[in-house]
Design a protein around this ligand. Structure first.
Ligand code: FES
Length: 221
């Protein structure tokens, strides 16, 4: 992974919105009094969403002040996790997994798709629609190779990719067409492509007895 630094062009200021402050308060409440800094990661995530998908330096300063912690501690966390963007991103931000299982299953070819359709790694496409970076394992190795795409609709995984279906996925997003998250080769979740091979004997769930919970009358499976 390359070094992660603050973007050259920065806004002059940043202020937490009322909505962000309300969400942040929920997270701070989860920790003992005086330990508000423990909420740093979810707070950064909330602020990144408010700032349009990346974390400018004044936003990091605002977070440090709000959580009453040193700026350097905030900076350390932001530079460590690739889920935090340190420069502006496109409308659809692609995180391409390049770790061994995805690499062995064709992530290198997907990189070429990103380069040809979006541009160099870490850049935003000319129309502002896309950006992409390479990240480490995103925990969906059974469906390798895969990417996570963040946009206004959410932060979804797209799995079982190849050059054709990944290229088509990016084209659909560019054209504003509806896309489906998850496996792109029609398999169900992480099952074998030919369908589930275990725990699927006919009637195997029929014998589970329903019991009444004491004093409630409610039924427990
Ligand atoms: S190696 Fe790509 S998701 Fe794990």
């Amino acid at each position: 992974m390359s070094a992660r630094r603050l973007a050259k062009d920065q806004p002059d200021s940043f202020a937490l919105s009322a909505a962000s402050k309300k969400e942040i308060a929920v997270w701070i409440k989860k920790y003992p009094k005086g330990r508000q800094a423990s909420a740093l990661i979810p707070v950064l995530w909330i602020v990144q969403k408010q700032a349009g998908g990346w974390l400018p330096a004044p936003a990091l300063e605002a977070v440090a002040a709000h959580l009453d912690m040193p700026y350097i501690r905030v900076y350390e966390v932001v530079t460590f996790y690739t889920m935090f963007n340190m420069a502006p991103v496109g409308e659809h931000h692609v995180q391409l997994c390049g770790t061994t299982p995805c690499w062995l299953r064709g992530a290198g070819d997907l990189k070429k798709v990103c380069e040809s359709k979006i541009g160099p790694k870490g850049s935003v496409s000319a129309d502002g629609k896309f950006s992409w970076i390479e990240v480490e394992c995103l925990g969906a190795c059974a469906n390798a190779p895969m990417v996570q795409i963040s946009n206004a609709a959410g932060d979804d995984y797209y799995e079982d990719l190849d050059v054709e279906n990944f290229g088509a996925l990016l084209d659909d997003l560019a054209a504003g067409r509806k896309v489906s998250a998850g496996p792109q080769n029609k398999r169900h979740t992480s099952e074998p492509i030919t369908g589930a091979a275990t725990l699927n004997a006919k009637g195997m769930y029929n014998k589970i007895k329903k019991k009444k919970l004491p004093n409630t009358g409610k039924v427990k499976s």
